[in-house]
Design a protein around this ligand. Structure first.
Ligand SMILES: [Fe+2]
Length: 257
């Protein structure tokens, strides 16, 4: 499709409600409510409909030009710009206290449009390679029990050394590569035992957490399509080499599940 400017995606009469903030300390999660007006979400979803035929993968993926453009567009909203800069400042503070090796200012914009045929995306417990994760739901799947909700684990990892990170991530990749049914059973157990909590995301809100520390995943989807924009900031470069392995295994899993 022809690219329209980020400005053009914000309808001129979009009314921006007051943003409110909820801190869920137990999970290290901050929820910003009423950030994105409904009309802006509608335009983003219509743009996805028009653009997706050209995507390299059916679910979207990392660093799509459209995802980056959505990020630019959202920064035209005062509420979004402020919460992003607040969250980035907090992440920088944390990194300067906890990370000896430093980090780069890289950001990664990801679009994930997931439906019931994409089980290879679900129940994949993982940590992000970037420090700050901003999850921006654009559209929910149908309101059934299995609607792709975010699962956040309570216990956050402590190790941030290169070797510790690599060993742990290797173990996680092996876990992720189990078949779908085994991964889903693990999710049910973790929920029942209170190890993780299910976050019922609402389009218009923004969900911010340290994805590098917090283990997280998504439920599978029974029907409909869930669409999310995910913006990651600050790369400590502790996953060299493993990203390629993860990508290769994900492709393999897509055929196995
Ligand atoms: Fe993630």
């Amino acid at each position: 499709m022809d690219f329209v400017s980020a400005e053009a995606l914000i309808p001129p009469d979009s009314v921006q409600a007051r943003v409110s903030r909820i801190d869920v300390r137990e999970l290290g999660l901050t929820i910003f409510e009423n950030v994105i007006p409904k009309r802006v979400l509608a335009r983003m979803n219509a743009t996805i409909d028009a653009d997706r035929a050209a995507w390299p993968a059916p679910d979207g993926g990392a660093d799509l030009p459209l995802a980056r453009r959505f990020g630019e567009m959202l920064r035209l909203l005062d509420g979004f710009r402020e919460l992003e800069s607040q969250s980035c400042a907090q992440a920088r503070d944390w990194a300067s206290r906890e990370l000896r090796g430093g980090y780069s200012e890289d950001s990664l914009h990801v679009l994930r449009c997931v439906n019931h045929e994409m089980d290879w995306q679900s129940n994949l417990r993982h940590h992000d390679s970037h420090l700050l994760t901003m999850l921006i739901p654009l559209q929910l799947a149908d309101p059934t029990e299995l609607n792709g909700d975010l699962l956040l684990y309570k216990r956050r990892r402590q190790s941030v050394t290169y070797l510790g990170n690599m060993a742990y991530k290797t173990w996680l990749v092996l876990q992720q590569n189990r078949r779908f049914a085994a991964r889903a059973r693990q999710t049910r157990r973790d929920l029942a035992q209170g190890r993780c909590r299910r976050i019922a995301c609402v389009p218009g809100n923004v969900y911010v957490f340290n994805g590098f520390l917090s283990l997280h995943a998504n439920l599978e989807i029974e029907s409909g399509e869930r669409r999310s924009l995910i913006i990651h900031h600050f790369d400590p470069h502790l996953t060299a080499g493993i990203k390629q392995v993860t990508r290769a295994l994900r492709l393999q899993r897509r055929h196995a599940d």
